[in-house]
Write a protein that binds this ligand. Sequence first.
Ligand code: DHB
Ligand code: FE
Length: 279
Amino acid sequence: MAKVVGVVDISHVPSIGVAIKNGKQEDPYWKPWFDGLKPVREWLGNIKPTTAVIFYNDHGMNFFLDAMPTFAIGCAPKYEAVDEGWGLPLFSGYPGNEPLSWHIREALHTAEIDMVVCQEMLVDHAVTLPIEMFWPKQECPVKIVPININTVLFPTPTPSRCEKLGKAVGDAIAKWDAPNEKILIMGTGGLSHQLEGKRAGFINKKFDFQCMDNLVNNLEWFRQYTSEDCVELAGTQGLEIINWVASRAAYPGQMKQVYRFNHIPVSNTSGSILALEPA
Ligand code: DHB
Ligand code: FE
């Protein structure tokens, strides 16, 4: 039995990485966001996870519109990072927890959830930046299992389907025989934002707060929404909330909120952090 030590969800805005690279943490624009990261860093320093299972969405660096899986899992010993041209600070490779990846992949197959299996996988800012924000100035201290969800090319999976994915991943983790592993479940992206078109800059703080309220212990609330509803309510890229839904569903029991933070805007995004621990 591997132990889940927490669930943490965080926005993955690339310009945060540029601010890190340029040492802008104390800049008036960036200070609130970087100050908001401090409690979550402290919490992670206390719970010391050994592996992070990361629900995220690829931004066209590994998958593109010509070949877009609904769900994909990395099953590799190491992941190379790519940068879409932002000049992001990247660690030199992200270690994979390959045995856990294969274990989850087998369990999902048995649960009739089809994953594209990637024995090589490039990870972009949706994976690298949360790690960089949580554990600055060191090599990646956790082994990762990247699980990619299509939030880009319609039809995209509904929140309820992502809940099923997350639940099956959680069931697999519970059956993984690794008593010394401490698993952190991560969901990245969101909350509300839209980068293009007439509604560029759209933010819906009310919906974001409802999402954070209900993520703690009421995932049923998300089942009322289709993908189109999520786009309407949270913006085109705000659909990334489904990564958060999957992450929370991967812990089966009640949770308690350790930390919650929101700052608007971070670039175009309702910058948000939610940290949960088993209750
Ligand atoms: C922004 C947010 C994202 O989630 C992303 O993938 C790219 C850009 C932004 O707000 O700038
Ligand atoms: Fe994104």
